[in-house]
Write a protein that binds this ligand. Structure first.
Ligand code: ATP
Ligand code: LTN
Length: 336
């Protein structure tokens, strides 16, 4: 508990521009959570280092991610939005927790297997221990709940296992967190291959809608979206392309599958795809405008970043001290 509320923690990697999948599966759902929880959101820049980054571009992406959080409606006065790398406790706790994590557990992680296949020339140890750093992020703040898309469920499970293992050895040190997976938008699929998740690292530009895409690009990409055989707008397992578009349309307009089916009854895929494109472009327009304003106001952005960095560091220090003491690390002596 913090300030009388349960603690909620989440974040995104600062790699590339966010996609509609990141937005509908995560960010959009975060905006109101501060009413119920004490919320912390990280710009997960240390995690981004698991794939090669161009330093200048990376720095820009991290700032852009921060601005997108705020533009999407996360108020930095009501949510602690900060850079992961600005709080050294993440890396320090990450090391300690890696000594309480088994290689057998890490070997089972599907994200590692997927990323290793994708970056065969750079299967580094960080990619392998990625889930341990993620466990440190969450446990450092004693988070009760962690909202993520369904692809992160396995990482939440290993976080719980690590926390329980540590607690069994040292007493109740960590809160064991729960995953909080949204019903709608938990997995938005690629527009070009609806069996694959929409991912910001996809090489095919037509597969992903980026949050900063112009209206024309959004409409064009939806027009080109892969649909299924037949021409009926209906939610079904054997219609992954159409079902994905229905998920997107439903998330953006608030309409149910039945309402969408009724709306497009007898109208065919062309009309439907255009409507989805229009609805998404309309949703993104105010976000993009706010994003541009924030990015232009350097002193505002700098001041909220540093204030929140400090806040996060203060929360983190408490847990880290407790853990160091429990495992028996000698306390630093102060010179008098
Ligand atoms: P990458 O594709 O580079 O691995 P990513 O797009 O998965 O990255 P992350 O930073 O790893 O982005 O994820 C941020 C958040 O967005 C997580 O909560 C994740 O579950 C969610 N998310 C990512 N892609 C989707 C998607 N296609 N549908 C729903 N949620 C998603
Ligand atoms: N691995 C996450 C990003 C992430 C995260 C976290 C999410 C890093 N640390 C802690 C929630 C809590 C992803 O979405 N790919």
């Amino acid at each position: 508990m913090l300030n009388g509320k349960k603690i909620l923690y989440s974040g995104m990697q600062a790699t590339g521009t966010l996609t509609l999948g990141n937005y509908l599966g995560a960010l959009k759902n975060w905006v109101k959570l501060h009413e119920e929880y004490e919320c912390l959101y990280g710009v997960m820049d240390l995690h981004s280092l698991t794939v090669r980054q161009n330093a200048a571009e990376f720095r820009k992406n991290a700032r852009s991610l921060y601005a997108l959080y705020v533009a999407a409606g996360l108020d930095p006065e009501k949510n602690c939005i900060y850079y992961q790398s600005h709080v050294s406790g993440h890396a320090e706790l990450g090391w300690i927790l890696s000594c309480f994590t088994y290689m057998g557990e890490l070997n089972r992680m599907t994200q590692f297997k997927d990323k290793a296949a994708k970056h065969a020339d750079n299967i580094n140890a960080g990619l392998y221990t990625y889930p341990v750093l993620m466990a440190a992020d969450i446990l450092l703040y004693q988070a009760d709940v962690v909202p993520v898309g369904v692809d992160q469920k396995q990482h939440l499970e290993i976080t719980r296992d690590i926390a329980q293992r540590f607690n069994a050895l040292y007493g109740d040190v960590f809160t064991v967190p729960e995953a909080y997976i949204p019903k709608a938008g938990a997995k938005i699929m690629s527009l070009q291959d609806p069996l694959k998740k929409m991912s910001k690292s996809d090489e095919n530009a037509n597969a992903t809608i980026l949050l900063l895409d112009e209206k024309d690009a959004v409409i064009r990409k939806f027009k080109r979206a892969v649909t299924d055989s037949g021409c009926e707008v209906r939610y079904a397992e054997d219609k992954p392309g159409v079902s994905n578009l229905m998920d997107i349309y439903g998330c953006v307009t608030g309409k149910s599958y039945e309402e969408i089916e009724r709306e497009f009854d007898g109208r065919g895929y062309g009309d439907f795809k255009l409507a989805v494109g229009e609805a998404v472009a309309q949703e993104l327009e105010p976000l993009q405008k706010k994003y541009r304003e924030i990015m232009e106001d350097k002193s505002y952005l700098d001041s909220v970043i540093s204030a929140n960095d400090e806040k996060a560091a203060a929360y983190a220090a408490k847990t880290l001290r407790k853990v160091q003491k429990k495992v028996g690390l000698t306390e630093k002596l102060r010179r008098s």
